[in-house]
Each structure stands twice: as structure tokens, then as C-alpha cells.
Design a protein around this ligand. Sequence first.
Ligand code: CBH
Ligand code: ZN
Length: 368
Amino acid sequence: MSGAKKGLLERLKDGVVVGDGSFVVTLERRGYVEAGAWTPEAVVQYPDAVRQLHREFLRAGADVMQTFTFYASDNRLSCLQQNNDEAQEINCTSLNTAACDLAKGVASEGDAIVAGSMSPVPAYVEGKGKEVVVNEFQKQVNVFKEKKVDFLLAEFFAYIEEAEWAIEVMKGFGLPVACTMNIGPAGDRSGVSPGDCAIRMAKAGADVVGINCHYDPFICLDAMKMMKTALDKAGLSCYLMAQPVGWHTNEIRNDTRGYTALPEFPFAMEPRLLTRVDVARFAREAYNIGVRYIGGCCGFEPYHIRAIAEELATERGKRPPGHDKSGGYKSLRKSILPSQHERSYRDYWDTLVPASGRREFKHMADVN
Ligand code: CBH
Ligand code: ZN
């Protein structure tokens, strides 16, 4: 079935690609990932949990299943071996292989394609040099190539140089290449602006460039506009991609540490959660500025992805596979409560400012 599907670049040329959402963060909440490590050993330890999350994103309208291979380099996975015997069995090759099988299996249940997904390796910030870093990427892409994924994606780079090295490796495999950095308007950790990061990723050979993680959709889109302006000015044409976090992060707009600088990260982020209404607004704004690959990162639940697919249904010529339960605002007219009927119009939700409902307890101690 996979052979008959349209590839990434064809889909981008014709319209909008909806990405998937959060894996490490969502599976941590469900009890399958360890916070702090944020490694994906669940693909071998709890494959059903990973498969289920892929399925929920597919049902929500995602066109892409990213292999759950975040931090799946041997270099990063070595952090598991310190305190876990079973983890000795888990290495880059076994983990990436299992993750490809899971993502491909679910993609074949619908019209989705598979992205072999990579992320930064510790050796880069440790200053181990290009050869070591490139070798870590190479080992992962070897598995993706063997497993015949549809395209390659490297994400979450804080340094443009490491992103360029990842792109160079991916380019050697003859598949479409996407690359995103975890930057906001202030640029990367080495002080390179979003515009220059975009230009350097494009020149290194990426077909799709953009931003993932660390900032909320609206900060992310401000930085995406800077990328677009710079690419246009440089006469470089590549597709734009945005996968921001599912939380409001306004305070850290100019902090290059991103959401990790928020005191609530990672265990008290819920009050910051985006609503589906926020996400619909993000999808529309992203589309309007020319972003054509629109998805989410940490905190983006399947229903957030569904909000993107529903908002852009006309542009895409299709609704999410799960649209039978996705009637939108007007389904509230089926409520037995007349008060809910008044909320069955988009305008009600577009103008609402959601409350937190929180009493101002400062500490647990104040409760007693
Ligand atoms: O698992 C996923 O959703 C990936 N596609 C992206 C994860 S982005 C960052 C996760 C936290 C990393 C850290 O703080 O070390
Ligand atoms: Zn993220």
C-alpha cells in the first residue's frame, strides 16, 4: 500500500501536510517514558502503548507518523545503562528497527507516510567533533533506509552547526529531508538568527526547514516569519514546517532555553495547555504565512492535531479519519442542556478567554 501513496514533497506541493504530536511527553504522562531521560525505550518495552498513540494521531488526521526514535542514538541511549540491566539490550539499531515497524504498521492502516526521525546527540555539545557526531546520525539513518521510510526528519537542534551535519548525513540517502530547530525569535544557542538558521539549513540541502518544540505556536510563528523573510530574500525555495509545543509560553519568548526555563516544566504544565481553539488559530495563521507542514511537539495531544486537520479541511479537501465523532461546535446542539446549545457557534469559542479555575494556594501546605 505504501508504494501507492503520495510522498512528502508531492503532498507539500499540492497542499498542507498535517504532522503528528507529542510522544515523549505524552507517554511520560501515561507512564511509559521517564522524565528527564526522555528516551524512547517504550518502543521495545511497551509497543502497544506506542502503537496506540500513533493510531490516535492517525485518527486525528496526521499525514505523517514520526518513528518514536527521539534521543535514539547509541550516544544518548547510553544514559539508560547506568541503572537498568534490561536497557543493555536496547541500542540504536534494535530501537530504531522496532520503532520503524510500529510506525509503518500504523501508517499502513491509513493514508499516512513515515518519517525516520532523529534528534541531537550529546557528543555535539561535549565537543567530540564532527566525525563522532556524524557517525551517530549515520547509524540511525542506516536503519531508516533499510526499513524504507518515506522521508527523513531531524528535529530539536539548538545549534545550527549540528543541524547542518545531520542534513549532510541525511542527504546521502536519496530521500526527502526535513530539519527543524528548537529556536524562537532570539535564534539558536550560538546566537544565529532564525533567518540565518533557515538559510543555512536550506543551503545544506534540506527540502523542508522550520522549528519544533520549546515555544508556543504564536512565538514559533513569529520566528517562522523571520525564516520566511530571509529565505525569500536569499531566493531560496524550500517548504516551511512548524511543530510548536502545546502550552502557552509567553514569558520565555526571548529565552533560548525555551520551555525548560519555565518553573512548571515538566510536572506542572497543565494550566498552560492550549485549547483546541488556540490550535485552530495557530493552524490558520501558519497556513496564512505559508507554512505547509503543520503539526505539534511536546504537549500536543491527538485532539490538538485533530483541530489542525479540521481547521484546514477545505484546503486539504478532506477531514480527519475520525470525523464521525468530530462534529465541531455544532454537535453541542445534541446536548440535553439548553445552555450548551448557545455554545454551538464558533464565535462563542473564538471570543472566550478560558479561566484556570485555580484558587491561589501557593503551596500544598496552604491547603491544610
Ligand atoms: O517525542 C517527541 O514528541 C519528539 N518528536 C520530540 C521531542 S522534543 C523534546 C523532548 C525533551 C528533551 C529534553 O528536555 O531533554
Ligand atoms: Zn518537543
